[in-house]
Each structure stands twice: as structure tokens, then as C-alpha cells.
Ligand binder design. Sequence first.
Ligand code: PLP
Length: 410
Amino acid sequence: MSDVLARAAELDAADPLAHHRAAFVTDEEVVAYLDGNSLGRPLHATRERLAGFVDRPWGDRLIRAWDEGWMDAPTELGDTIARVCLGAAPGQTVVADSTTVLLYKLVRAAVDAQVRDDQRRTEILVDTDNFPTDRYVVEGIAAERGLELRWIRPEADSGVTPDLVREALSDRTALVLLSHIAYRSGHVADVPAITALAHDAGAQVLWDLCHSVGSVEIALDEHDVDLAVGCTYKYLNGGPGAPAFAYLAARHHGRFRQPIQGWMGAADPFAMGPGYAPDAGVRQLISGTPPVIGMLPMRDMLALIEEAGMAAVRHKSIALTSYAVEVADALLAPHGVVLASPRDAATRGGHVTLDHPDFRAVTAELWRRGVIPDFRPPHGLRVGLSPLSTSFAEVAAGLAAVADALTSRS
Ligand SMILES: *Cc1c(COP(=O)(O)O)cnc(C)c1O
């Protein structure tokens, strides 16, 4: 037992990204934070950025600041996310709303365009293990637009494969909605293969990047992705309720129209015209006034990720999850804990889920002790490892505490 735990110190000493951990706010009471995929830690730089904002530009520029940067923030910050994390050229990404609301807008825009072009395309392909909000949004849109949902049923400990998608596609498919990384198992979907399959069938694809942005390399332009959404409060450390981002490939601008027509997505908001004319570019995806304050913290994390580089971030992410699997095999498997994530690092994202019937109670007890994974029903302990803020020692301490908790229950 001590062998595998002792290795943590060696791994931390050899980690070329270890010095970045000092950029994050920590607290003595927190022994191991294993939920960076749910809410990233704040950065020290963010404290100053938020406090300073009150004086400048809010306090001194006041309403003038809208013309001096705030109006452009949705597309300017969208372009930054695109450059640092998405492998996407400028002009295709905006920051706005929540993931849920952007999902609604993009799904509606895509299915409406598809049905307009071909009335037989009445199916949305989605998987039973997709994140609840994704499933609920398409359930609502199917009812609203008279469409049908076609369900892919992946294995719980893996995810949606190209074969499963191929079997479900037909000339009736309008849109395929999938998560790049499964929120429970951490399985990484094959974006280029699945996107190409969908296109061959005349369908469009919307990728939910909530669990991949900032932890796994993404190449939206290269892989010909049509649409994507993602969170900024997980691996982009944007803080609770930080706005989401949406990507709409340039080739669809003008063809896709989102349903929530607001003045901020209009071609000329301050013309205050009698009717709505959408902006010709990706800005049409926004509806109301941009959440400027909510966009502040993620800038610090994006700068840090850009400095480290996404390839190095992914490299560390694989090292962290591989180590977590190794510790789980050594310390937790004897207690009957089962790995519910892919063993192959190439198809595993930045988190690992472990199953045991006692994990609901164990998680509550761990939280009281400052060890913070999260619980995902029916009995998964999810260990999220944010590459720039998590140490190997933290993984070791956290999983040793899980072993302790299981020992004292038996
Ligand atoms: C976290 C997450 C969401 C969250 O949506 P919100 O609207 O921000 O609450 C959506 N989809 C996936 C896959 C997620 O992991």
C-alpha cells in the first residue's frame, strides 16, 4: 500500500506543470479536491481581477465601457476559448447564457434548418447516458417541433462508439447530439469518425464539450464539426454559474437561425429597429445583454492553459487518471470497488468513476473530512482531476481516505 502512495511524491517531483499549482487558491481544510471537473478552483489572479473591475472599468468608465470592450466580449472571449482550447478559427464561437440554453438554441437552429431542407429528417439521435440537461432539452424540442428521439444505448462504463452511431443513423436523422466525454464514465468519443459518419448520412452533429474543454485536445475545424457547446466553470475555472460557449461553424452562418431573437443578436442592436434582423455571424447566437462579470474569472485560466499548452495539459491529465486507476486497483479493488471508466488512457478523459454500493454514504463522510470527490448515481464515486491544479499527492491522499472509509464501514 505504501509503495503506490509513495510514488505520488516522485510523480509530483517529475511533473513539468507542478509549479502552476501555486496559481490556485487552496485552503488547509481541503485535503484533496477531486472535483475540478465540476467546479474548478479559483486562481489567485482572479481575486484581483474581480476586485479591480469594480473601480476600473465599471467605476470609472461606466456606460462608456460597453463601447470600449463589453459589447465585444462575447465574441472576443469566444475567440480566445476557440484559439486556446477548441482548435477553431475566430468568428465561430460566442460566450453567453448557460450550456442548457445554448444547447436549446443550437439544437433548434440545426433541426429547423435540416427539416426546412428535407422534411423527412425528423429524428434527433441522442444517447441514454448523455448528461440529463442534454436529454431534457431534446425531449422538449422533439415535443415542440414534432420530432422523434432515437436513443443510442452505450455500455455504462464506456460510451458511444462509431458502430453504435452507424447503426442508428438513417436518412431520417436531422441531428446527432453527443457528449465528447461522457460525464459519468469519462469515455472519450471519436469525434472525427462519428462526425464523418453523420455527414455521410446527411445529418449534422452537435458536440457537448463540457467535460473535455480544458482537459482534452479538441480540433473542431479540422474535424468538420457543425456545432458545439461547453461549460466554463469546470476545467476553465470560470466560477459558479459562469456563462457557457457555443461554436457554430462558419459554413452554417446564415443558414442556421437560433430561436431566441433578442436585440443583442441583431445585426445592429442600437438601430432599435421595428423588426429583427439577425447578425450575419456567430453573434446572432446571443440574445440579451452579455454577462460581463461572469466572463472575468475564466480569462485567468485560459491564460494559464495557453501558457502551459493543451498538449501538456492532456499529457498531465492522462498521468493523473492513470495514477488514480493504479491506486484504485491497489487500495480499493480489494474492497470490491470496480472501475467504471475506460482502462485505456486514449479513450479516457480527465476523470475516473469508481463504483461501490456504499459510495453515497462514503462521499458524504469524505466531504466532512475535506476530501471532495463527487457522487453520481447509482453508486459512482467520480474523481475529477484538473491537470493544472491537482497534484499526485492529492490523488493519493484522497483515494487513501476512500480506502479508510470503506475499511471502517466493513
Ligand atoms: C456540466 C454539464 C452541463 C451543464 O449545463 P448547465 O446549463 O451549465 O447547467 C451540460 N452538459 C454536460 C455534458 C455537462 O457535463
